[in-house]
Design a protein around this ligand. Sequence first.
Ligand code: R5P
Length: 323
Amino acid sequence: MGILSKVEQHSETETTVGLDVILFSGRANPQLAAAIARDLDVRVGRCEIDRFADGETSVRLGESVTGRHVVLVQPTAPPVNDHLMELLALADACRRGIAARISAVIPYYGYARSDKRHNELEPIMGRVVADLLQSVGISHLVTMDLHTPQIEGFFRAPVDSLTAMESLCAAMRADLPKDFVVVAPDAGRATLAAQYAQCLGAEVVVLHKRRTREHVETVRIVGDVAGRACVLIDDMISTGGTLAQATAVLLDKGARPGIVIAATHGLFIAPARERLDIEGVKAVYVTDTIASPVAGWPKLRVVPVAPVFAAAVRRYIEGAHRG
Ligand code: R5P
């Protein structure tokens, strides 16, 4: 039984706390929002989102949210600032419309890479975004493969910090040869690579990279890839620089061509596709957290993750109903 039908049944018999659930989508990934709504068996609410002539964001809900549990779905994917502003406007409209609770499903959390200062003249934008989200009444966050787990600590509100690792492993298995290693493109992904390796029953190799403003450089490799197939993992593909560089190093060290890439968030900012569309790469797996700008690319495999989000939202709402 879906959440809404359960809630409706309760409200008919007047034995519940009186919550019912409605989902609204921003414009970043309406397909994913619709899939989450289907899994939850709730309706996608009507709303109009647009830009005023001067570029400001305009939002108008098409129905009342008073007393309802609202689920907002919006990855803050490129254009990050526009999508973030839409989400803030949606949440503020719900808060002012006296929604009972607001869960924000932010499948990809933009600005997550700004989680600390590299020098004293920089902001920590991951924290600024957390403060903004909470200032407009978001009382629960659901997200996936945050760039660093400590971002969860930027929130006072409860955070469901999910991973796509199992979904990606399940989807990739058929594409993997017998003798392969899982490769982290940098030390920051070593823990994630170890989780993939455990899930897939493989060894881990870690590359160490140095990033300057202009380019990424791999400086050391820990582990042996000679003659072996590789599964190269990451949390995200932005311009593809990190994984293109890692691929080149692996092939140079004698890894077998036919490298399989897996990353949760496929931003594919140009020239990411061109960088990764090379002979040595067999397939690129990403999830549908971000509506793909390179849909139709034969090497691309998109793994759906709506059920993972829906399960987390369901758990939270059922917990909230129990009080
Ligand atoms: C960096 O630490 C991240 O985990 C990714 O490796 C990086 O942000 C990907 O960006 P790009 O695709 O532009 O190299």
